[in-house]
Design a protein around this ligand. Structure first.
Ligand code: HEC
Length: 192
């Protein structure tokens, strides 16, 4: 029987399938699907907590939900999904919510799509990018303002809410929004 060097024989296949060229279109679509589900779960969980708290405690009493529950839900989803999940915005409230270059570009692109008439529900984008330490899968989902968001992010915030926000977030940039604007993105990434 002729011996085949299996490793050598397979190497070009492996490279063609993944390593050299990055994940295939199908693999990318599957990762985007996963990321979309993870972002959806963050939005749903946080929205549920916020609604419950707004009804029970009003806006002033709900600032803590955004401050504590939002990062906690993101951390728990990061653990369960294997992605790194967070919320960022060029007009950030949380001092840690500053977008990196990819996130800023992604949000700008999503804003253009919204302005061109696309529905908020479908406003997401993804890309495989090269970094100094290898390749990374990146995903962004737009968070578009609804009327409730304006209680804490709008142009006419009630005095009590304003005072509490100023005390908790002295460098707050996340006000002055109207309805139907991109407040920020859910940003998801995973090294490949
Ligand atoms: C009760 C007040 C309140 C309401 C209502 C509210 N937010 Fe926020 N939002 C906050 C606070 C407080 C933070 C900062 C959270 C933190 O410390 O991580 C925040 C942070 C964010 C961030 C993260 C980026 C940043 O600026 O730090 C996004 C995105 C965001 N909110 C979007 C929304 C959207 C969209 C809605 C409506 C669905 C909404 N918010 C409703 C208070 C609120």
């Amino acid at each position: 029987m002729k011996k085949i060097n299996l490793a050598a024989a397979l190497l070009p296949v492996v490279f063609a399938a993944g390593c050299a060229t990055g994940p295939s279109a199908e693999q990318q679509a599957a990762m985007a699907d996963d990321a979309r589900k993870t972002a959806g779960s963050l939005i749903q969980q946080l929205g549920g907590e916020l609604k419950k708290s707004m009804e029970a405690n009003g806006p002033e009493g709900s600032i803590a939900v955004c401050k504590e529950k939002a990062p906690a839900i993101a951390a728990s989803l990061s653990k369960s999904s294997g992605f790194d999940v967070k919320r960022v915005s060029p007009k950030n409230r949380n001092p840690k919510g500053v977008p990196d270059a990819w996130e800023a570009e992604a949000q700008a692109a999503l804003e253009k799509r919204l302005a061109a008439g696309e529905k908020p529900e479908t406003l997401d984008t993804w890309q495989v990018v090269k970094t100094s330490s290898g390749k990374e899968f990146r995903y962004a989902k737009a968070l578009v303002t609804q009327p409730v968001c304006l209680t804490c992010h709008g142009a006419n915030i009630a005095d009590g809410v304003k005072a509490k926000l100023a005390a908790e977030y002295p460098d707050d940039k996340a006000t002055g929004y109207g309805p139907g604007m991109v407040r920020g993105i859910v940003s998801i990434k995973r090294p490949l």
